[in-house]
Design a protein around this ligand. Structure first.
Ligand code: OOB
Length: 557
């Protein structure tokens, strides 16, 4: 038997593989099937051919049309020089072309890097450089912002003159019109054969997900065909996804959660129908649920609670809805208990991460579990270890930091060995930075966080990234970014700053400077507190525990 995982995927040389013995175990256990995701796409098409796979407004694609379109695009991209082992930045809103582009990339062995629509030049350029992107895929414009212009500007700063691929009606010179390339003309079977013959290996990186991260370094997570297919398969099984499932994707599709947990790919793997919506606004969501008979959707707590508030008297028939998955940030049992009754469905909590591990409460879990826990891991091969500050395991049921390993939790971030030495133990455990306890029934309860990030409505913002940029402002002597509790989105970025003598600083100055640097708007600090001096830890770093307490106690409201 060929030992999956032993061949270092030189194509993406910053990728950290699983050790050979572990890889063999996952293969022998049937977790890894040794087939690329592009082949799975045709398996789905062979099984579900004429059924509707994807709906985006008026646009509907059957499984057969979806696979044929992805193949057509794959071959057209190959004709333009993209090849197995390349990476491309994909920055698309939730639209049917996102699904076709992603599958075309899988088919070719070109790994899409899942950027988010609000990302700007700072994120695209730093990630694009880190992964050596050969192309950028963007909408022509989105929410009034000119993404074509952004992509051309960023492409100009990257080596190798990357392609700019544009989805939209008005593709300007210099850009490639994606819609013109994905028409499945010609001999579909022959094209399928050609692409099969040059398919990538299953141990190669299939895609790159972005990590919320805690440092200024780009942290991208290479997910292999083997491990991601398992993530998709197990998630679909854990959530009871079937050919009858109609899944509504409203969270940004490039996130692991709506993409594969079980999300878009989990639904396609089971023969269900995916409905894409570019916004989580309650009116649009309720309209889509009624129109398409949506059975399942997923949200972060802030969004699910907005839906719950807006459902009464919305005038829409929501009776097809059976499950809402809620995860990505903390949800209290009291709030969890409100969502199901308000929407007329069951809540399934999800605790997951782009780095791997995914937990769900079962579709039919009793309230005590569905409301009070964040679920159990999807694989019998997931290993969970809860440790205290000294690194030693805590007693059963006690709170500590969660470490994890498993068949879909890669062993390192892409191309950052120094960071990996901090984020992973020498024997391959990923330090989640989350504080949890595990119930006697084996369910994870998230109790807090030790990692240095701000979770704004499920979007993770690395404190270090913001601090590095703010520190460059001439007025700033010292800065610390901490989460300010917020009733709407959970947390917002708050800056504590000591300014140089004789200087002043306003929140607008910070916003203007970071926007000028090309930072995504959701990361821009929304609160600024100027202190004469920052409190420090014994090693001289800003004491964020003290700063966080200031926000919830007396001196700063
Ligand atoms: C999901 O993935 P990421 O990579 O955006 O963020 C992961 C982090 C976790 O380490 C944890 O800090 C937090 O988000 N988180 C939760 C949570 N689910 C995730 N914190 C409290 N309660 C929860 N239920 O957020 C993600 C990926 C796949 C599925 C679902 C969520």
């Amino acid at each position: 038997m060929r030992i999956e995982g032993t061949r270092h995927p030189v194509k993406h040389e910053g990728f950290v593989p699983w050790p050979a013995d572990v890889a063999l175990r996952y293969t022998e256990a049937g977790c890894w099937r040794g087939r690329p995701l592009g082949s799975s796409m045709w398996d789905w098409s062979d099984a579900w051919g004429g059924r509707t796979a994807v709906v985006d407004g008026e646009q509907r694609l059957s499984y057969r049309e979806l696979a044929a379109s992805a193949d057509a695009l794959a071959e057209a991209l190959a004709d333009r020089g993209l090849t197995d082992g390349d990476t491309v930045l994909v920055q698309l809103p939730n639209c049917w072309e996102f699904v076709v582009v992603t599958l075309a990339c899988f088919r070719l062995g070109v790994a899409p890097v899942m950027m988010l629509p609000p990302h700007r030049a700072y994120e695209l350029a730093s990630i694009g450089t880190h992964v050596d992107a050969k192309a950028l895929v963007v909408p022509d414009e989105w929410r009034g912002y000119d993404h074509q212009d952004l992509a051309h500007r960023v492409a100009g700063t990257l080596p190798g003159d990357p392609l700019v691929l544009v989805v939209g009606d008005t593709v300007r010179p210099g850009g490639v019109d994606v819609r013109a390339l994905l028409r499945p003309d010609g001999d579909t079977a022959a094209r399928r054969g050609r692409l099969d013959a040059s398919a990538p290996g299953a141990t190669d990186a299939a895609l790159f997900l972005l990590s919320g991260g805690t440092t200024g370094l780009p942290k991208v997570i290479g997910r292999t065909h083997n491990d991601y297919e398992y993530n998709i398969r197990q998630s679909a099984a854990a959530c009871g996804i079937t050919a009858e499932t109609v899944y509504l994707a409203v969270l940004p599709a490039g996130h692991n959660y709506p993409l594969a947990s079980p999300g878009i790919l989990g639904t396609l793997s089971a023969g269900g129908r995916v409905v894409l919506l570019p916004s989580p606004r309650p009116e649009a969501v309720f309209e889509a649920i009624e129109r398409e008979g949506v059975t399942t959707t997923s949200a972060v707590p802030a969004i699910a609670l907005k839906w719950a508030e807006a459902a009464a008297g919305c005038g829409r028939d929501l009776s097809t809805l059976r499950h809402v998955h809620v995860g990505g940030s903390v949800l209290s049992p009291e709030l969890a208990a409100r969502i199901g009754p308000a929407l007329g469905c069951r809540v399934q909590q999800v605790y997951g991460m782009a780095e791997g591990l995914i937990c769900y409460t079962a579709p039919d879990a009793p309230d005590e579990v569905a409301h009070g826990t964040q679920g159990a891991p999807i694989s019998a091969y997931d290993e969970l270890l809860v440790v205290g500050p000294d690194g030693a395991p805590v007693g059963p049921g006690e709170i500590g930091e969660l470490l994890t390993r498993g068949p879909y939790t890669p062993r390192g971030y892409y191309g950052v060995p120094d960071q990996n030495a901090l984020s992973y133990t020498p024997d391959g455990w990923y330090r989640t930075g989350d504080q949890v306890r595990i119930t006697p029934g084996g369910h994870v309860v998230v109790c807090g966080r030790v990692k240095d990030l701000i979770n704004r409505g499920g979007e993770k913002i690395a404190a270090g990234e913001i601090e590095t940029l703010v520190q460059e402002m001439p007025q700033v002597a010292e800065v610390a970014a901490v989460p300010a509790p917020d009733p709407d989105v959970g947390e917002r970025v708050c800056l504590f700053v000591r300014v140089h003598e004789g200087h002043t600083l306003a929140l607008e100055d910070v916003a203007a400077a970071l926007t000028e640097r090309g930072l995504a708007a959701f990361k821009i600090p929304e609160r600024l507190e100027i202190l004469a001096d920052l409190p420090h830890t014994p090693v001289g770093k800003p004491d964020k525990k003290v700063l966080r307490n200031l926000l919830v106690t007396t001196i700063v409201r």
